[in-house]
Structure formats: structure tokens, C-alpha cells
Design a protein. Structure first.
Length: 200
């Protein structure tokens, strides 16, 4: 089996495409900054699947991603709608999905999500669209664990966790699931390392 390329951010720059990046943020602002680096690195359609408990920082990270995508609207959790749409830079649009209120089991959530057209939403992040309207769709999903079977094979999974003792510290694991997300992760690591080269 091919060795996985993995790095933590005290290992210097990332010359190759990456499968996994692990880092700690120490404030909500820092999580937003990481999100911004991700958003700025996007140049193709993509699904970003966020995993983590309530308060882990999924919406905070999404706000940073939105900023990096050039979104100027306010981004909050789409509480009453499953998905909210935000126009960004260069023909990019952000679709922000929050699966929190879907059915209580993952089965039920996925059934409901299908009824709401989630498969069509995710398909739009497969390839650039032709014709008028936004060319590049980026879908960010909060509570992505509930929609696991619907996610496309190539996506960027991000797991956020509280760390014990320090209320403002979060451990983030970014996992690339295919070639597009691997290339993106390399660009994120390159952009982020010089700014925040903190040992874990
Ligand atoms: N390092 C950090 N990263 C993200 N959020 C943090 C961090 N430290 C503290 N927070 C706080 O934790 C909360 C995260 O909330 P939110 O982003 O809405 O989480 P979620 O969407 O996962 O439920 C916010 O109140 C934020 O200010
Ligand atoms: Mg949220």
C-alpha cells in the first residue's frame, strides 16, 4: 500500500500533495484564519465535510472559508433551512449545509436529505458548471457524519475536537479523500505554515 503523506505543522513546508494535516488552533480567530486559508486555496468545485460536536467550531471555520471564498454576506448556521447560498469571488458560490436538524438517525437524516435534493446539491460540486451563473460550487457541510453515504469520494473531511483543559484550543484533522482535495490540502499547508508554525 502506498504510504500516506501526513504532516503536523512543525515539520516545515509541504512540497507534495497531502493526505492529512493535523493542527491546533488556540482561538476562534485562529480557526477563522485557517478557514480563510482554505477558502483562498480553492480553485475548483469541492465538498468540505465538517465533523465535530456542538461548539467544536464548525460554523466558525465555515465563516473563515466563506471569507477566503470572497463571500461578504454574514454566514451563520442555516437553522431553519437545510442549505444557504452565498456568492463569492471569481464565479464561486458557497452552499452551506447544516444537517443538524435532519432525522435523528443517520439513516433518517440521509433519507430526508435526499428528499431535499441533497444529491443534486452535491453533484454541483463535482465539476465546473457551463453557461451563465456561478461556475464553481463549494459545498460546506456541518454534521457531515450524518450524510456519510451521500458524500462524493473526493472531498475534504475536517474533524474538529475540543482539547481538554484549554477551552479555546481545538484539534483539527484535515483529511483529503481524493486528488482534488489532496492538491488543495498542499496549498493550505503551504499558505498556513509560515503564519502559524506552532508545535503541537
Ligand atoms: N479555537 C477555536 N476555534 C473555534 N471556535 C472556538 C475556538 N475557541 C473558542 N471557540 C468558540 O467556540 C464556539 C464554536 O461555535 P460554532 O463555530 O458555532 O461551533 P459548531 O458550529 O461546531 O457548533 C464559538 O463560541 C467560538 O467563539
Ligand atoms: Mg454550527
Amino acid at each position: 500500500m502506498e504510504a500516506k503523506r501526513k504532516m503536523t505543522l512543525n515539520q516545515g513546508s509541504a512540497p507534495h500533495d497531502l493526505d492529512e494535516l493535523i493542527l491546533v488552533t488556540r482561538s476562534d480567530e485562529e480557526t477563522r484564519e485557517l478557514g480563510r486559508a482554505i477558502g483562498e486555496a480553492v480553485d475548483a468545485p469541492l465538498v468540505i465535510a465538517l465533523h465535530g460536536d456542538l461548539g467544536a467550531g464548525k460554523t466558525t471555520l465555515t465563516q473563515g472559508i466563506a471569507a477566503g471564498l470572497g463571500v461578504t454576506d454574514r454566514v451563520t448556521s442555516p437553522t431553519f433551512t437545510l442549505v444557504s447560498e452565498h456568492p463569492g469571488r471569481d464565479g464561486i458560490r458557497l452552499l452551506h449545509v447544516d444537517s443538524y436538524r435532519l432525522g435523528d438517525s443517520s439513516q433518517a437524516a440521509q433519507r430526508e436529505a435526499r428528499t431535499f435534493g441533497m444529491e443534486e446539491i452535491l453533484e454541483q460540486a463535482e465539476a465546473p458548471a457551463l453557461g451563465p451563473g456561478p461556475a464553481v460550487t463549494v459545498v460546506v457541510i456541518e454534521w457531515a457524519e450524518r450524510l456519510a453515504d451521500l458524500l462524493p469520494p473526493d472531498h475534504l473531511a475536517i474533524h474538529l475536537e475540543h482539547l481538554p483543559d484549554e477551552p479555546e484550543n481545538r484539534l483539527l484533522r484535515l483529511l483529503a479523500r481524493g486528488s482534488r482535495s489532496r492538491a488543495l490540502l498542499r496549498r493550505v499547508a503551504q499558505a498556513w505554515t509560515p503564519r502559524r508554525a506552532e508545535p503541537l
